[in-house]
Write a protein that binds this ligand. Structure first.
Ligand code: ADP
Ligand code: ZN
Ligand code: ZN
Length: 799
């Protein structure tokens, strides 16, 4: 038999199938297996994407060397998907295959130098052992190695390493009869307490053995030493057994969720459509447009239930930031052990375990962020994408796939419906529903009959500020004070972390910027650092201007840290929790902060856009937005859409239960339509208006877009290459295609690379896909001159 293999080198020359002979000793080679194959002088990992009886290759095929995993990590479906996706997203197939696996399973290679001749084996340099070349950096040694290779005294070998480790724990088995243990017990000295405890546990719980070490230590109140000596005396036998890490430790036991909420009419009617598609195995796409608090989650859960009842499985995607403990608890509470959760908060080991449970068919519901769309779940009966408008569903590095597109592909493969849910659907999805490509389902009322909160706009141009800073208007401040007096809670959003977002010298006008990026550094008072939010560069806060040494420097702009300090000064009795990237780095801190707020151990939750979505706290009656304008003037055609969506979502956190909610939005642009329409929380009107804007500007969803970025350490090289690509496009596309640029990207320098970009807008271009693949391939050749070309199909962001 012959295996068709995609090998682990992401390059044009190797982006095709290589055939290998499957030796008799390797019967487990299947489609989807990871294998190790010889490739030239090296050994490489690869994926089997097909198996055939014979080959068209006339020469002699080499043998496969090894199958890496017991069970093929990829299903037939995923292997097929990788081929389709490679055509759409301008990535090599191997990059996509690897993206489908949890991080730990992506291969690691070690380059090893092995002595060949007797002379070399005796050299003190080797001391009889091979050398790991990744650890050699000394120039003299490198020269010496070259000499050895040239003289053929040594050779280089490649070893594939598998980082993924299963977790094992000790299990203890009995070796004797109950009577024997009784005899031993009676022979023990009076003061051998620990040993007596152990034997008593064995005698009393004889039928509950074998036991795991942790359990046994707890039950018998003993420690490892006692167990070791028991094994030595042959009272017990020890074995290592595989266990799963439990990523939901801490999430359990909090199942206050009732299982039998009665759906209201709107929910019921939406559910009926979805359920009928589940039953009829229809690959239909529904857009569930429901205002915040309308009970979309409840509809998803009922639909998942239907899929399970039909003997099929369900996949639910949520954005990373709304993969909150609240959400996980709800799904776990409903479907228990059948749920697997995949998100970046898990340790690599936990992810690996969850992933294997799915692959082995031990779970039926998968909940996860973007990459969970590649979960090796079989027999899918329903796919849900919550908050479908979120830009995080698009990966912004290679492979640049959109989880929604992948979900739609899988829905066709599995003959199952997709439900896209949102209070503020992406314009593209809403337009597709308009055209009948998707089916629109609407929830227009809050599930508990409460009205949406009233939203007030405050014009920061004409307002009095509380305290000495220009951040909190008197009106917002008074509203906060009022809630605190009533023991109600407040959510405040400011979409910028840190303290001040730039340093300006009033003497010479100098602004302190990142040396690697074209961006000002943000002040972080708590760590006494100025930080670059793009590349992570940081330096100590300067006392004088680094340019002219003047001490007339000012720190301007605002961030979450500064607001926290101001609030602490103005309201010393208020208990404040801050939630941003800086306070949530540690594992579990996110859940910790939300738990505290939920238990009313704090009055104010202050945070970046992290807090805008998905949170459901009944005691929150006021939501304040410190500055609504941060994203409004970004040079990006969807800046208005993002602003509208963020404000509507955060407004939806207020007044979700008995008490009426209020929202106060501070802005310098109270007349902008995105802010005006967010005030009325009227998505449909926003949709209508924004479609006109997009139409006038020839933007999506009226046009398709593709963004080509060209990056280099040398600015001229980047520009020159960009013009070359533009000419190629111009010569090959229709005249009605719009080619914008090349221009320096909005952030023209990032991590020491200069960026130029070309945006292509088009309606129909049969040639474009081909052309872009050519550009991608030649990009590989110019890589050696330090030029990088990135192709982003339907970009979420145009920098
Ligand atoms: P959304 O995701 O649409 O913003 P949720 O699904 O979070 O809304 O629902 C908001 C609140 O309404 C939740 O507390 C939920 O338990 C409750 N809820 C949902 N459906 C119903 C219903 N039919 N009857 C009563 N309460 C409901
Ligand atoms: Zn200066
Ligand atoms: Zn930087």
């Amino acid at each position: 038999m012959i295996a068709q293999v995609i090998i682990d080198i992401a390059a044009k020359q190797t982006d095709r199938i290589f055939e290998y002979h499957i030796p008799k000793e390797l019967p487990d080679v299947k489609v989807g297996s990871r294998v190790v194959v010889p490739f030239g002088p090296r050994k490489l990992q690869g994926f089997v994407v097909g198996i055939s009886e014979r080959s068209n290759f006339s020469g002699k095929l080499r043998d496969l060397l090894l199958v890496v995993d017991e069970m093929p990590p990829l299903t037939n479906e995923l292997v097929k998907l990788s081929a389709e996706l490679a055509k759409e997203v301008f990535s090599y197939r191997i990059t996509i295959l690897k993206a489908m696996l949890p991080r730990v399973m992506r291969a690691n290679y070690r380059k090893i130098l092995t002595p060949i001749t007797e002379k070399a084996k005796k050299m003190p340099y080797f001391q009889g052992d091979p050398i790991d070349l990744n650890e050699v950096d000394d120039i003299d040694n490198i020269a010496f190695i070259h000499k050895l290779l040239k003289a053929q005294d040594a050779k280089i070998e490649y070893i594939v390493e598998n980082k993924a480790k299963t977790k094992t724990e000790n299990q203890y088995m009995l070796t004797k009869s109950k009577k024997d243990y009784l005899t031993i017990y009676n022979s023990l000295r009076e003061n051998a307490t620990k040993q007596k405890n152990l034997l008593m546990d064995i005698i009393q719980n004889f039928n509950f053995y074998p036991k795991m070490q942790k359990q046994l230590e707890k039950d018998a109140e003993i420690n490892t030493a006692t167990l070791t000596s028991a094994v030595n005396k042959n009272w017990l036998k020890k074995k290592r057994v595989e266990v799963y890490r439990n990523p939901l430790a801490g999430f359990e036991g909090n199942t206050k969720i009732s299982k039998d909420i009665k759906l209201n009419d709107e929910q019921q009617s939406a559910l009926k459509y979805i359920n009928s598609s589940i039953e009829n195995k229809e690959a239909k796409t529904y857009l569930l447009e429901g205002i915040t608090g309308s009970g979309k989650t409840e509809v998803y859960l009922h639909a998942i239930n239907q899929a399970l009842k039909d003997g099929r499985n369900a996949l639910m995607l949520v954005p990373e930031i709304s993969l909150t403990p609240q959400m996980v608890e709800q799904v776990k509470g409903r479907f228990g052990q059948e749920v697997a959760v995949l998100h970046s908060g898990l340790s690599e080991g936990e992810l690996y375990d969850e992933w294997r449970r799915i692959r082995r068919g031990e779970t039926r519901v998968v909940v996860g962020a973007r990459s969970a769309v590649f979960a090796p779940l079989k027999n899918i009966g329903l796919i849900v994408i919550d908050e479908e408008h979120e830009s995080s569903y698009k990966q912004d590095s290679d492979p640049r796939y959109h989880a929604r597109d992948v979900a739609l592909w899988r829905s066709k493969y599995n003959n199952c419906p997709v439900v896209l849910g949102s209070a503020t659907p992406s314009l593209g999805s809403r337009a597709r529903a308009q055209k009948g490509v998707y089916t629109l389902l609407r929830l227009t009322k809050r599930a508990n009959q409460k009205k949406l909160p009233k939203v007030k706009l405050i014009d920061l141009k004409h307002v009095e500020f509380a305290g000495g800073q220009f951040d909190l208007s008197v009106e917002l401040f008074n509203a906060i004070k009022e809630r605190l007096a009533k023991k109600e809670q407040v959510i405040l959003m400011l979409n910028r972390r840190g303290f001040a977002n730039f340093m300006l010298c009033r003497e010479c006008g100098f602004v302190l910027k990142c040396p690697n990026c074209d961006l000002s550094l943000t002040m972080h008072k708590d760590t006494n650092q100025m930080q670059c939010h793009y590349c992570g560069y940081s330096e100590i806060i300067p006392q004088v201007c680094p340019n002219c040494q003047s001490n007339k420097i000012r720190f301007l702009g605002t961030g979450t840290q500064k607001i926290q300090e101001e609030l602490e000064e103005l309201l010393p009795e208020a208990r404040i929790l801050r939630m941003d990237v800086d306070t949530t780095r540690k594992k579990g801190s996110y859940k910790n902060i939300l738990d505290k707020f939920g238990n009313h151990e704090a009055d104010i939750l202050l945070g970046t856009q992290m807090i805008a979505k998905g949170l459901d706290f009944p005691n929150v009656t006021l939501v304040g937005v410190i500055n609504a304008d941060t994203g409004l003037w970004l040079p990006d055609y969807n800046a208005s859409e993002r602003t509208f969506e963020l404000l509507t979502q955060v407004a939806g956190r207020a007044g979700r239960a008995e008490k009426t909610g209020e929202v106060i939005i501070q802005t310098y642009n109270p007349d902008h339509y995105a802010i005006q329409l967010a005030q009325s929380q009227n998505y449909e009107r926003f949709y209508g208006y924004e479609m006109q804007v997009r139409h006038a500007g020839n933007y999506p969803p009226y046009f398709y877009t593709v963004l080509i970025s060209i990056a280099s350490k040398n600015e001229q090289n980047a520009a020159r290459e960009a013009f070359k690509i533009k000419r190629k496009l111009q010569n090959n596309l229709h005249t009605d295609a719009i080619i914008l640029g090349p221009t320096p990207s909005a952030i023209s320098k990032l991590k020491n690379q200069y960026y130029y970009q070309i945006l292509v807008k088009y309606k129909k271009e049969e040639n474009l896909n081909n052309l872009l693949h050519q550009i991608q391939d030649s990009a590989q050749e110019i890589k050696k001159y330090g030029l990088n070309v990135y192709i982003d199909n339907e970009p979420e962001r145009i920098r």
